[in-house]
Design a protein around this ligand. Sequence first.
Ligand code: HT7
Ligand code: ZN
Length: 876
Amino acid sequence: APAIRLEDYQPPLYRIDKVALNVELAPGATRVTATLEVSRQPGTEAGAPLVLDGDELSLAGIKLNGEALAETAYAATADRLELASPPADPFELTLVTELDPDANTKLMGLYRSSATYCTQCEAEGFRRITYFLDRPDVLAVYTTRLEASKKDCPVLLANGNLTETGDIEGTGRHYAVWHDPHPKPAYLFALVAGDLAEVPDTFTTMSGKEVALNIYVEHGKESLCDWAMDSLKRSMRWDEEVFGREYDLDVFNIVAVSDFNMGAMENKGLNIFNDKYVLADPETATDQDYANIEAVIAHEYFHNWTGNRITCRDWFQLCLKEGLTVFRDQEFSSDMRSRAVKRIADVRLLKSHQFPEDAGPLAHPVRPRTYHEINNFYTATVYEKGAEVVRMLQTLLGEQKFRAGLDLYFDRHDGEATTIEAFLSCFEEASSTDLEQFSLWYEQAGTPVVSVETEYDPDRKSFTVSLSQEIPPIAGQKSSKPAVIPLRFGLIGPNGEDMETGSVEGANVASDVLVLDKAHQDVVFHNVAAAPVLSLLRGFSAPVRLNQPLHSEELLFQAAQDRDPFNRWQAVQTLAMQDLVRLAGLVRDGSEGTPSEDVIGVFASVLGETQLDEALRAQALTLPSEADVAQEIGKDVNPDAIHTARQMLRRAVAARIASSLVPFITDQSAGGTFSPDAKAAGKRALANRCLHYYAVSGAADATDLVWSRFASADNMTDRLAALTLLVHDHMPREEEALAAYRERHTDSSLAMDKWFMTQATAPGNETLHRVKALMSDPSYDAGNPNRVRSLLQSFATGNPTQFARMDGAGFELIAESVLEIDKRNPQVASRLLTSFRSWRALDPQRSALAESALLRISACENLSRDSRDIVDRTLQ
Ligand code: HT7
Ligand code: ZN
């Protein structure tokens, strides 16, 4: 199929103002009657054909203004319905389609998860329910009548407010009618029907309106919804307080389902969630799960304004809602927790997921210009880099002007489907700033590299910072233009304090932000009393790679002194990274080497920095991941050498700090009852980080301590941390622990996902066999996306040495799995396939093996459009 291009965008020829759906649900055969109020757009010629989208549909009836339509007046196929010459006046089109939700394994459109009927319409799933103008710039008011067996489906939900319910006498069936007064695109449509438990609550909005809140889950799981409900209420309040956004319906419903392609979906008034982002108790959820639930609940709720009230004109504008909403959920979590720790976590995610995407064959701009399959553009670039772009806008304009721009956006575009240009115009107007050059962040793919050199002149008391920027050439983008890069900075004086300086030449500098907007720029600070250490990119103020050749003394100084907690953490990471790259090189070449004493010392000192909170110390004590090191090395990557190097450094740090660890490990259990709050979670994070070092410290009681931790843990965070050590470090009681865990959690599929994942990510040659065996385990379910991700995706993305095995068996396993899963669920398959994206950076032997696995996938003729798109781009 030809590519879809942004430059070809044309407004729709017709509008659909109202949609009335009557959905008669029944196993195997569901009947959907859609009545559409259609009219021509101004400028559309009378009689212009009306072409509606479909996908695997079968038309069972069609009427125009209530009259059956002659067969010659229309043409229907599975993916298209055309009315050759529709009436000139507004008309009512009634369409009947018949669906089989039980046979829908793609989990797009109407499907069944366990016994529950549910829908997923973003991006193009509504066309699998009825023929429609399935594009985000067609906004309609929906009324949905649902009808089903009362016994099987006591709960009937759709978007908006409930207006009517009743029984259908003598049939055992009942119905409910929902009306959503807010015009919306079809991708925000949803319905749910099933036998679910309701967890009710209420929220009073800032103008005093009471909103009914409900979370629907499988019976017996009601007690697992407290945290999600609490997160929802905090999100609603926060959006009022921070952005002035109030909720706009009488009810807000959340439904948790266990089969879901992504995290969750922001359907108007009826959010549908992967149950992993709803259900939590200390027994089955880790602190990370609690944090994720809080963030995803907030994210979907925030979409009500950024995505639903104001939506995207076309799918190229996806970052308009996603980047902005990620920015908003990041801010929410920062306010709920520690800002510095949240920033570090977000930057870790950006660097580990988005940077490699931006450096490889799947690189694309935050606003892509072309696509074959839109489902493949729900990427870290659109989401996470998109959020960074919004954050830079805030940094450049300042909080007040940023807020004024956003207010203008909400005011001006409420009820519209709009574009990035319209969004940026609001900030230009509200702040009187020209954002033309800034808009390049949406247009250019690739991560800019910012290079820095500094020189202090003691006679003149001047400090010169020479900056340059460049985006390395990537597929489809040979050259690039200079971007607007806000660099938050400080000049650290000899006493560790930030220095005051005199005037600055050569750049726009507002308080602590320096704007780099040319290819090369010399910035001179006058009246600088002594040679400073330049702390640059504080708070990671722009999504760039910083190439700043600091000496290790300077990094050590920064690690100890920088008043920006992010850059303190970054300095520690940079020191570790430099050493890991050096060690990996030595290991690869078969040479001897030992970790640097300085680096070991830095890690040892972090532990004692009691003025830093525990979560921050836990982060600082975490070495760069193997994937991070691979990315830093960039070419000829040998994952085995990296793994060995990282273990060497880990063991060396462990040996140094072994004698101080035990009090930290035992400290966190002092608190009594479990609390998921940030403080308690931080203590657990530090304790488990210490346990991680203790396990390899050589201490005689290491195995006993890890085992007793595993056996006596009263929460999942501690239990899983200990299990991971037992399994990943192949400690003596590994098998016993796995069996005990399974026994304990066999009824919780979310806890069992962690059991699969722990085994899939274990280093060591035997893991491949284990993963294969687990694929035939009775608890494995190839139709459940969470289970597939926990076993196969985590193997491919979280086990670099085994995925890239020298016998090619890791690549082969994933290639075969992609082909198998593709027949059932193309979205899950194509996402698994993206794990090959950095194949060209591997050493020649490994990259040849990866290429042959990719070629095998590519040779398959009936690949889905999703997987075809990814494999073609990956090989290009
Ligand atoms: N906006 C939602 C995206 C999403 C999705 C996209 C494609 C296929 C299935 C999907 N499920 C959810 C999620 C979000 O960003 O909030
Ligand atoms: Zn989103």
